[in-house]
Design a protein around this ligand. Structure first.
Ligand SMILES: [Zn+2]
Length: 306
């Protein structure tokens, strides 16, 4: 082996080691207190026959919310938390039904929502927007196996019909990523929004703010229009990507705050504020969304290119 090859090999090994460290840090199973475990236990959604929630409050300790639709012909779930969450989800679902999980829908590709896709695949159909698959494969790199990437994909909309349930997945435009879906339990007038809508506090008490994943096609400019299309659907109960069960009114509040944030950044751009000054000039304290300076600069970059 010549020197360059050796060097290349060592660098690849180092990169692989770094990538692995990053992955385990992000997906390490946290130690939870009995109170926290109780908070994350599956529960029926009041007034919604056959519909359950496995709560999720953040991307670190609890993962995203998992919706569980039980029918007499099998179970449909929406999202599945982390790579290590498969056993926990199947055990909790088995505590409310003997029916098997047959369909797994992804609201988007992030590891705290679609992390255990691969574990479900031997026994369930995993379904996601085509960009969920594309983003997963790209992020895994060319040499990785396509573990966990949905085998069934759609563009604008798809439906799953099982037993007496109908579940509709809508891709309504760009926002958190370029592959977000809002998933509607039509007969129970309940929607899982994925991270297009998040609300409240993480389990560590910090406040959740919208995250635009520019590396995976997210955008601030269309997010409000995407929410407007969600609001046009027929539902009264909302499962956010992270946070408690809510109503349509909270999506409207979130939407209005987002519109306000975008319009204030646009106004700064129009008045000549530079990228270097945007964090200092922009006042969004009243919105109660703690956005890191680099997040605000990224939104500035996007909106100033339009
Ligand atoms: Zn996400």
């Amino acid at each position: 082996m010549n020197n360059n090859l050796l060097k290349g090999g060592l660098i690849s090994l180092l990169l692989l080691a770094l990538a692995t460290i990053g992955l385990t840090t992000a997906q390490q199973r946290p130690t939870l207190t009995p109170e926290q475990l109780e908070r994350l236990t599956i529960r029926p959604i009041p007034g919604k026959e056959g519909l359950y929630l496995m709560p999720g409050f953040d991307g670190a300790m609890s993962g995203g919310n998992v919706a569980v639709r039980v029918t007499d012909e099998g179970v449909i779930i929406v999202d599945n938390k982390f790579s290590y969450s498969y056993e926990d989800i199947t055990r909790q679902v088995a505590s409310v039904t003997d029916q098997p999980i047959l369909y797994v829908l992804n609201t988007h590709h992030h590891f705290d929502h679609a992390g255990s896709n691969a574990s479900f695949m031997p026994r369930a159909q995993v379904i996601g927007h085509e960009n969920v698959r594309i983003n997963m494969l790209r992020n895994q790199g060319p040499s990785a196996s396509p573990d966990g990437a949905p085998r069934i994909t759609y563009n604008d909309k798809t439906s799953v019909h099982l037993g007496n349930a109908e579940v509709e997945a809508y891709h309504l435009g760009c926002g958190h990523t370029n592959g977000d879906s809002a998933i509607l339990f039509t007969d129970q007038r309940t929607i899982h929004t994925g991270d297009l809508f998040i609300w409240g506090e993480r389990m560590d008490g910090s406040t959740l703010a919208p995250f635009i994943d520019y590396g995976n096609g997210g955008c601030a400019s269309d997010w409000v229009a995407t929410l407007d299309q969600i609001l046009a659907l027929d539902f009264d109960t909302v499962i956010p990507g992270h946070g408690p069960l809510l109503r349509k009114a909270e999506i409207r509040i979130f939407r209005d705050k987002f519109e306000e944030m975008v319009s204030r950044i646009r106004a700064q751009i129009a008045s000549g504020t530079t990228r270097a000054d945007i964090v200092q000039e922009l006042d969004i304290a009243d919105l109660n969304w703690p956005l890191a300076p680099d997040r605000i600069e990224a939104i500035y970059d996007e909106l100033s290119q339009q």
